[in-house]
Design a binder for this molecule. Structure first.
Ligand code: EPZ
Length: 419
């Protein structure tokens, strides 16, 4: 298994090109199931997760090819409407194929995804939304068997709490349902807006994306389209935190300022300078240590759970005590014990981590546990004295395109060690 080696202590200076958002790209790729015409996706990140989803879509009958950062997907016919456990368990986002398969094909059989390292992550809201659209759903032997023999019909869905995946899943099914669908208490993440824009380019009628109420007028069929994936706000936030922690001055090229306002607010409070510039966002580290700053994760536009681990890494070397509260997932502090192996002082109390900043971390051998946890260890490694080796980097490869190259180009001493 590959590992990443970092010799800490270098400031980051230069620019980082921000890739297309993984969490948007995955849902946009799924949209190919809804049309028999080609879907062309630009700014498509090349990640383990996008490659994996390619395999799943090919299993349904899609033709998928890539040229640079442009992906072409074409699903002329659905040849197979079953997503087996082996394909779904590796990546939860693959569960989102259920609604589109059902909408296009009238029936589908998709494995339930199961839990994952950051929490139980049930799919009850996804299933309730599909039922509100007229799907008949049965759970047998770990599979969801869904039927809509006369097609899906528009319905009213009120989510009891905000779910990104369930909102997207409902959108992906409702675009081909007969009549009007209303989604209340919908997620407002930029990825939702990106999905609505892509579906509308395909001829769907989705309005209100980005607000808590989304209205969808179903259409009989969708056409092909070309759409560019939104820049990755989580990758943006990660490199912003890397620069603010390791020191230096970095331009995050193509980053969208308004997609990370909660982070900019916290970073400024901690003493870093962040500025919107033509072509991106610039982050300049503070001289000396960041000031300890609290965060609480919330659905967008609140502070993203996908940036919590990276923020915690920054706070391990801040001046003072910060409280980090995680409210989205029940088990998302697995990076804390690894950070402690590097000398961080963290007291875990339920969904709160109390971080008392230390002057220096020390390099160590650490283990990645999930995607965002592993990149928090990279940030810690960049500022730690000595050498840090991060194992299980396949977690990083799921969601960060060219991580070592992007950091090395800004002066980091980082390399991948192949096994
Ligand atoms: C998406 O997951 C992202 N994944 C996650 O990013 C991200 O952390 C999360 O949204 C929150 O922003 C993708 O887009 C592929 P949710 P999703 O449904 O859609 C509970 C990463 O590192 N819930 O908004 O699965 C759920 O357990 C990943 O890139 C139910 O109870 O998140 C969680 O506590 C990790 N029942 C909360 O809702 C349901 O049916 C919010 O989850 C659905 C969700």
């Amino acid at each position: 298994m590959d590992s990443i080696k970092i010799r800490g202590g270098q400031e980051l200076k230069g620019s980082v090109p921000i890739s297309g958002a993984k969490n948007s790209a995955l849902k946009l790729m799924v949209a190919t199931i809804l049309s028999d015409e080609p879907l062309i996706l630009g700014r498509m990140p090349d990640l383990a997760d996008t490659r994996f989803l390619t395999t799943l879509l090919q299993h349904f009958g899609a033709e998928v090819s890539r040229d640079g950062d442009t992906m072409r997907l074409h699903t002329q016919r659905i040849e197979n409407a079953e997503a087996p456990y082996d394909l779904v368990r590796k990546m939860r986002a693959s569960f989102n194929v259920l609604g589109p398969l059902l909408a296009r094909n009238g029936e589908a059989r998709v494995s339930l995804p199961g839990g994952c390292a950051i929490g139980a992550r049930p799919v009850d809201l996804h299933l309730k939304a599909l039922e509100a659209l007229g799907a008949e759903i049965e759970l047998t032997e770990g599979y969801v068997e869904a039927k809509a023999p006369k097609g899906l019909q528009g319905g009213q869905v009120t989510f009891p709490f905000v779910s990104v995946g369930a909102t997207e899943h409902a959108m992906l099914a409702a675009v081909l349902a007969r009549g009007e669908t209303t989604l209340e208490n919908a997620a407002r993440e930029p990825e939702i807006v990106d999905l609505a824009d892509c579906l509308n380019a395909m001829g769907a009628k989705v309005s209100g994306a980005g607000s808590a109420t989304i209205t969808i007028q179903g259409v009989g069929s969708l056409s092909g389209a070309a759409h560019a994936v939104v820049p990755d706000r989580i990758e943006t936030g990660t490199y912003a935190l890397a620069a603010a922690t390791a020191g230096g001055d970095v331009l995050l090229k193509d980053a969208v300022w308004k997609h990370n306002e909660a982070l900019w607010d916290r970073l400024e409070k901690a003493g870093a300078a962040v500025a919107k510039e033509d072509g991106g966002v610039r982050v300049r580290a503070k001289r000396g240590r960041l000031a300890a700053t609290d965060i609480e994760t919330r659905p967008y536009p609140g502070f993203p759970t996908d940036e919590q681990a990276q923020f915690m890494a920054a706070m391990t070397v801040a001046d003072g005590r910060s409280v980090i509260r995680e409210t989205i997932f029940e088990n998302r502090f697995m990076h804390a014990p690894e950070l402690m192996r590097m000398g961080a002082k963290i007291d875990l109390r339920g969904n709160e981590a109390i971080v008392t900043g230390v002057e220096t971390l020390r390099g160590a051998q650490v283990m990645a546990t999930d995607l965002r946890a592993s990149v928090s260890l990279v940030i810690a490694g960049l500022v730690a004295a000595g050498e840090t080796t991060i194992g299980r980097v396949y977690h990083l490869d799921r969601g960060f395109e060219g991580l070592e190259a992007k950091l090395a180009a800004c002066g980091a001493d980082i390399e991948r060690v192949k096994d």
